[in-house]
Design a protein around this ligand. Sequence first.
Ligand SMILES: [Zn+2]
Length: 416
Amino acid sequence: MAAPTTHNLAVDGRRLWETIHETATFGGTPKGGVRRLTLTDEDRQVRDWFRSACEALGCTVTIDDMGNMFARRSGRRDDVAPIAFGSHLDTQPTGGKFDGVLGVLAGLEVLRTLHDAGYETSAPLELVNWTNEEGSRFAPAMLASGVFAGAIAKETALAQTDREGATFGAELDRIGYRGEEPCGVRAFSSFFELHIEQGPILEDEDKMIGVVEAVQGIRWYELTLVGQDAHSGATPMRLRRDALVGAARVVAAVDRIGRARPDCVGTVGLMEVKPNSRNVSPGEVFLTVDFRSPDDAKVAAMESDLIAAVAEITSDLGLEGAPVRIWDQPATIFDAECVAAVEAAAKAFGQGSRRMVSGAGHDAAYVARVAPTAMIFVPCKGGISHNEAESSTLEQCAAGAQVLLDAVLRYDRKFG
Ligand SMILES: [Zn+2]
């Protein structure tokens, strides 16, 4: 059989929609969301369901020793690594029906569409369900894809405990999902992850598809400003060392720094004021700073600006304190060929697309360290996620699945 260079396959949006709602019953909440924390009984239920759904299509399901699930559909060639796609089926404690779930179930819809059409790809395909993307029960987030990519040590991951003291490894055993295969030995020729945007840009610009070319770099800081507690009535202004006034200036500086360059964001999201009493000029404030940009040089420049701003503010107000960097995650630039496949698929689909950078972290960011990778975004209502109200439409989910299918088939052409 000659290798097909074009296809007219269409995913079944209604079937995908019904599948999303069917799996939402595993951990479904009264408010229409999903509570399916990783390695709980609800997670086991959806995993069992997922395994049977894949096996019904003739796929072979392999589980590695971090609980990651790989459903393989053979291609014409066994000598090439599979084209992989997927996301995660675990959710936040009050999560929605789409975060992660869409990427896995749209992948299932891709396999179902190919199965129904009897379409044979050149490369094998693998649909992946990554364990513990959310990180709410076991920190950090993207734990198992992190081990897969060699970024997190497996022993560390297996020893992580939840609030009740149960370990990740013991819970894997309890639900029966510690597989034989060592995590990370599997090779992919490429990896594609479809995900809801979790931000407002696509909806705001009335675009259907985000062609994700990078995940932002992130640096986090902690800063404790120390002045002196002073009576609010008895201490003249010129004799104060008010840490909260300093913190207010830092907040304004972070906002200014974030706005000073394109493609940068800066946020102070947490602050603790001591003693937090209405008639005391505060002597101590703890705050956090979050800087992100797809350009690591800009993140570094924001850091320099922050250090300079804090030095000026503390000297001006007679305070002590300097920012301490506690996390540095470099930007992930996705593979040009994978991004091109997604972009071509999005253009062929024809409902409006744009290139964009992910503001949130995803399994794909780790996988990109070991395989050519790209992501596809579809809009979600109001940009709301990690919330039971999270919502995308049938049309948006179907559009994402169609672009995923087309991107995978376009990439498959290179194998012949
Ligand atoms: Zn997610």
